[in-house]
Design a protein around this ligand. Sequence first.
Ligand code: F58
Length: 830
Amino acid sequence: LASESATRATHALALAPVTAPASTVDGFVREFLQNLNFNRGVALSTSSATDRYFALAYTVRDYLMARWLEDLRRQREVQAKGVAYLSAEYLLGRQLDNNLLASGLTDIASEALASCGIDLDDLRQQEVEPGLGNGGLGRLAACFIDSLATLGVPNTGYGIRYEYGIFRQTFEDGQQVEQPDSWLAYGSPWEFPHPEAAQTISFGGHTETYDDGGVQRSRWVPGWNVQAVPYNYMVPGYQNGRVNTLRLWSAKATNSFDLRVFNSGDYEEAVRAQTFAENISKVLYPEDSTPQGKELRLQQQYFFVAASIKDFLDVTLPKDFDLTKLPDRIIFQLNDTHPVIAVPELMRVLVDEKKMEWEDAWAITQKCFAYTCHTLLPEALEVWSVDLLGHLLPRHLEIIYRINDDFLDAVRERFGDDEMRIRDMSIIGEHPVRSVRMAYLATVAGAKVNGVAELHSQLLREKVLPDFDEFFPGKFTNVTNGVTPRRFVRLANPELSALITDALGSGWVTDLERLRELETHAEDPEFRARFAEVKAANKRRLSAVLRERDGFEVSDGHMLDVMVKRLHEYKRQMLKILHVVTQYESVISGRVVAADLQPRTAIFGAKAAPGYAMAKNIIHLINAVGSVVNADTRLEGRLKVLFPPNYNVTLAERVIPAADLSEQISLAGKEASGTGNMKFALNGALTIGTDDGANVEIRELVGDENFFLFGMSEPEVEALWARGYKPAEFYQADDNLRRALDLIASGAFSRGDRSTFEPIVSNLLYDDRFMVLADYSSYIAEQVKVDAAYADQDAWNRSAILNVARTGFFSSDRSMRDYIDRIWHTPPSF
Ligand code: F58
């Protein structure tokens, strides 16, 4: 009897809803100490900073847990249409502070820790950020899942749990050196592994046809398998009690695989096989613009999308689900082409495994995918050689061929036998090797295709995929990117946030267009003075960070002129450093007296893809110019260059709020959108920028008088190419440019060695794909205007406030609403 009532009691407990610990300082202390003692196995007195950080993270998790479980339960119950975001990258940044903010626990935690003699800020510093992305595309995915949770839209983000994220960058003699990013060395308190829920993912082998009760069918006979183990992460909405899920897959060797080899007595082979399988999720590819076409990368792509589709069909959907209704339940958003192999995978599952007719399966598939393109660079459009794809995924290649055959038939029907057009539109390209064009496959399969800023979407339709736009009227659309105001304003800039809340009251963090109300405050001298004080405080904070991190000194009274982003020739860090060299040269040659310079510090942050030689040369040059300029007393300390290594999300959160000037200087028509540009404007930096990407929309919103525009427009760039671009002519025609390039070529920044930067100089003079020399004079002229404007601090601050006030549009909450209206059509949720 006693045991029976005990069982009943257990059941009652199990059925009771999970409850969060008490949201009080005492409750928090209790939970924190419990975690320290029982999960870390240490006493407070002997705990390390790592122990305390983990215990704190576990505590925050505990508070979010009830909400997470409740959200998962409701999602199962309601079965509403949801969004599965498929992305090979999520550049999350540190989690602790974000999760404290989302759960509204920051103050309680801070007080609770203080009562234990612990400084919250010390624990924040313990976290190694998960750098599971390269740059804009990965960071955008992180902003989007934050916004979806905040809007209360059910969403699962699917991706890869790379064991090593984006490399850690150091400089040796000014040159980039890459180190592995072992972010999991101490483990992560934010992940929930579920090895028992692993999916088996197959590769290789061959295909065969067989007789299925009188019907001839194809099937795949794979050569080898790996296990995909899901790791779940909480994605809490901002103080709304909602928690979505990010599910990242980790590769594990299957038991059968190594057992077989092990039984044969070949221990070494067994271990080798295991390593081979687990390599799949080992490392993030650090190329941010030129896909490498490596087999391992295709393995990664297929690995995570196949696991995600299985997860959705087999685990999320109810057992008896009618698959013809799939488009009413899910939309898979393809974050660029990396997950596009999901298209033939879903077709394979529907046709081969669920025995659906091809036409029915294709009708479903076309409604379940949408594709976002993030580039305009032709070399960034991903292709897979037919040889490689057929060897790794033979059945998928057959399916792609069939999709292409049907598609080209339809094209012929519509446009006639225009063989040139057929060649141009074929999903299979023939030159230089027979390959699958993944962007075309995505466009044919996707219900919608979107670019990431107005100009980008227009160029995508007109220049990159014009035939497809004509063939699929209404398929192309735009969703301008956005950034999460939680991380990039509220957390990164607490002082500005307090000032805004003081002026507007709360609520703007989830309704960013409300920043408009700051426009009137921009006219108030007292408000401007307070705004200036916030900027100054942010500069002091950055200064302290850079001193501690890199031993740098940020000089008082300097304009902080910031260019942080991946290093790429099209982004034109070269133009920025030429401006520095020009100013330097003008002083050392005696044409300008140092005292007449507006004091400035140029701050760079940039990683170069390890195999991108020219990008690495440019990093070397920036560092070299920095060492010479910073040491030259003739400048009287009025011009400085700082290049802190290993720019990442954590550093971005310190640099952006301190910036006065934001450099967004890509060649027009090359930067799809940019999102750093939005973060700077929202934090009250003025932009110097070209008419490119989202700069166009920023300028329209903030007004010409609050934006420094320079350079050719995209049509002007086209016209110059058409005329025949000869960069050397610009060199000859502009004295400043000639002096600056000559100074670099002379060895002035390379201890007299003229060969060091020769490749940069001759590339600019004789090739200059990104027209640095053509835009130089207009850039320098605009920088002169910047200096003049900065001299009037009060007017500058007014402009800066107007930048904040008028850029609420760039909240990723708005981007998500646009996706919902234009692409996903997901209903408002519970
Ligand atoms: C970026 N793309 C765009 N790609 O360059 C930027 O303009 C845009 O704001 C951002 O996407 C978000 O839309 C980008 O970051 C990558 O990093 C890929 C990584 C994998 C290989 C190909 C490039």
